[in-house]
Design a protein around this ligand. Structure first.
Ligand code: PLP
Length: 397
């Protein structure tokens, strides 16, 4: 007799984005002539850069000739791309071997699937608020969750868990708060993880948005991190690969957890990928190689500057009308305190009805997000400028 995994019944049901769609649709049906302005999308909107397009095209052309055609590849990723990453990390003073780098089809699947190589009884610590995948995956796996509140008083950076936890998710720059951990704050987590033989899953999907040289882009900038941290990252927000799909995960050989020798966690992730993943698309990987080229990196920097200028416009626009805004520096998200202690959803309705602007209620990312609102820099400039103008002219505070 087959049964179902009842843990799925415990999930929140993807309430946040479906509810945003429902309320937005209802407004549009009532006011069909009003053009809505979107400040909520976490999806990229700008085209791929010329060097990346060339890289992807070369990938397609290789498939057109039997001499250069490739089918299934190495599940861990094209060795050329893994070498390119080892060099990329080396330029940042981080030494990794190609066997420690796993190419993926994006950060989301890996942040979720990584839990499967750890014991069933592992306690998972997540920030509150957080990118919902960490919590949902822990629920599906039936694991106990400990929340680390990220509030104004701690600068939206989680404090160390009080007791002993086993898997700690840290996302920096953070979605949704836009907060970025300092080296000192990250060192405290690394020291904790080594002490308790816990593992840190460091989600660095927005690392390329950091321009402040004092802030860590990779957890491996922190002494001891190779013993306790897995880094997961992505081309999605770095180079506009949200639809192309490509990412990478680093599992150091030195990483040890309770009862495992050096290399064991790395080999488990390798085993998992061999069984359940057929490797990233060969075309996407050619695109990834192009991103890592000198010209590709320069173009991606320009793309990021475009989004960060959007972030500055949003931040300035909301500050000007007297609202409290956080993040938006070294991060593409702005975390807004709702005025007059309004709930996140009440502010959503107010913004929609008065300014015709759609954002994301902070409470959708966890209880501590109540009373906050997430704004995203990933829209196009014209829309963002219109949205800010409309807010300044029409929002009644
Ligand atoms: C914190 C965080 N991690 C991971 C992802 C997913 O990245 P990818 O597109 O590489 O799956 C996102 C996407 O929004 C994100 O915000």
């Amino acid at each position: 007799m087959a049964t179902i995994n009842r843990n799925y019944d415990k999930l929140g049901g993807g309430y946040l984005f479906s509810e945003i769609t429902r309320r937005t649709k209802a407004f549009q049906e009532k006011h069909p002539s009003i053009m809505l302005l979107r400040l909520g999308i976490g999806n990229t909107t700008q085209s791929l850069t010329p060097t990346v397009i060339k890289g992807l095209q070369s990938g397609v052309e290789k498939l057109a000739d039997a001499k250069t055609y490739t089918g299934y590849g190495d599940e861990r990723g094209d060795i050329r791309l893994r070498f390119a990453f080892a060099n990329w990390y080396k330029e940042r003073g981080i030494n990794l071997t190609t066997s420690e780098i796993f190419i993926s089809d994006g950060a989301k699947p890996d942040t979720a699937n990584i839990q499967s190589i750890f014991g069933q009884n592992c306690v998972v610590a997540v920030s509150d608020p957080a990118y919902p995948v960490y919590v949902d995956t822990a629920i599906i796996g039936g694991r106990k969750i400990v929340y680390m509140p990220c509030i104004k008083d701690n600068g939206f950076i989680p404090s160390l868990p009080k007791g002993k936890v086993d898997i700690i998710y840290i996302c920096s720059p953070n979605n949704p708060t836009g907060a970025v951990v300092t080296k000192k704050q990250l060192q405290a987590f690394v020291d904790y993880a080594i002490k308790y033989k816990a593992v840190i899953v460091f989600d660095a999907a927005y690392s390329e948005y950091i321009t402040d040289k004092n802030l860590p882009k990779s957890i491996y900038e922190i002494p001891g991190a190779k013993k306790c941290a897995i880094e997961i990252s992505s081309f999605s927000k770095w180079a506009g690969f949200t639809g192309v799909r490509l990412g990478w995960t680093v599992v150091p050989i030195d990483l040890v957890v309770e009862g495992s020798e050096k290399g064991k966690v790395n080999s488990l992730w390798n085993r998992r990928q061999i069984t359940m993943f057929n490797g990233a698309s060969n075309i996407a990987q050619e695109g990834g190689l192009a991103v890592l080229s000198e010209k590709g990196q320069k173009e991606s920097k320009e793309l990021i500057s475009y989004y960060m200028k959007n972030a500055a416009i949003i931040k300035k626009g909301f500050s000007k009308i007297g609202l409290q805004v956080f993040g938006g520096e070294n991060a593409p998200y702005i975390w807004l305190k709702t005025p007059q202690k309004m709930s996140s959803w009440d502010f959503f309705d107010k913004l929609l009805n008065e300014a015709h602007v759609v954002g994301t209620p902070g409470v959708g990312f966890g209880p501590q997000g109540e009373g906050y609102f997430r704004l995203s820099a990933f829209g196009n400039r014209e829309q963002i400028e219109k949205a800010i103008k409309s807010i300044q002219e029409n929002l009644k505070l």
